[in-house]
Design a protein around this ligand. Structure first.
Ligand SMILES: [Zn+2]
Length: 107
């Protein structure tokens, strides 16, 4: 899973910069629209971090909802729709990012 690979690479880079001996916890924010399975991500994280200083680290996943709004009537939609009831084309912001929020490590 390339998402996990990218997360681990960034975490390890950061840990290296800080001269950390061990990574104990990683908090990531995932956009809801990416439709990532958190269990699968957790499993991939365990497998890919094996043998690195992030091995055994806790992975905390927070899902971030996108902001979906109709520019015509201003209605907020809670799930992605292409067209609003009023006929306006809905604007979707966010919900597709992977952000590493916090990395806890032992220096
Ligand atoms: Zn509308």
């Amino acid at each position: 899973m390339s998402f996990t690979q990218a997360i681990i690479e960034n975490v390890l880079k950061l840990a290296e910069e800080k001269g950390a001996k061990k990574v104990s916890k990683v908090v990531v924010e995932l956009g809801d629209l990416l439709l990532i399975n958190p269990e699968q991500l957790g499993f991939c994280f365990q497998v890919l971090s094996c043998g690195t200083i992030a091995e055994g680290a806790t992975l905390e996943i927070k899902f971030v909802k996108p902001h979906i709004e109709c520019p015509i009537c201003g209605k907020h939609h809670s799930y992605p729709v292409a067209i609003c009831e009023c006929g306006g084309i809905v604007k979707v912001e966010g919900g597709k990012d992977i952000i590493i929020k916090r990395v806890e490590m032992e220096v």
